[in-house]
Design a binder for this molecule. Structure first.
Ligand code: SF4
Length: 94
């Protein structure tokens, strides 16, 4: 039986990060209950909380799926848009 390792699968993709122009920005003080939803729901695992309870987000590695936008909208997000042309995720098969 073969197993699927999501990290390995995601590692095949290429990401072109638009430094200085993030396509997703969070509000100043995100609702922590809403943030907790995204810790579980973001398929790329970009919404994180450290052991001290501090929240972290970096849009590099975003799969542009829109899950965070649909689930939490303005309770979390100040800005959500697709990256500029030629930037963002480039999906690979393998
Ligand atoms: S668009 Fe998808 S992959 Fe990107 S941060 Fe939101 S939930 Fe994560």
């Amino acid at each position: 039986m073969s197993t699927v390792n999501v990290d390995v699968k995601l590692g095949v993709n290429k990401f072109f990060v638009d430094e200085g122009n993030p396509h997703i920005e969070l509000v100043e003080n995100p609702d922590l209950a809403e943030f907790a939803k995204l810790e579980k729901a973001c398929p790329a695992g970009l919404y994180k909380r450290d052991e001290a309870g501090n929240i972290h987000f970096d849009c590099a590695g975003c799969l542009e799926c829109g899950t965070c936008r649909i689930l939490c909208g303005k309770t979390i997000l100040k800005k959500w848009e697709y990256p500029q042309g030629t930037m963002g995720v480039e999906y690979r098969f393998g």
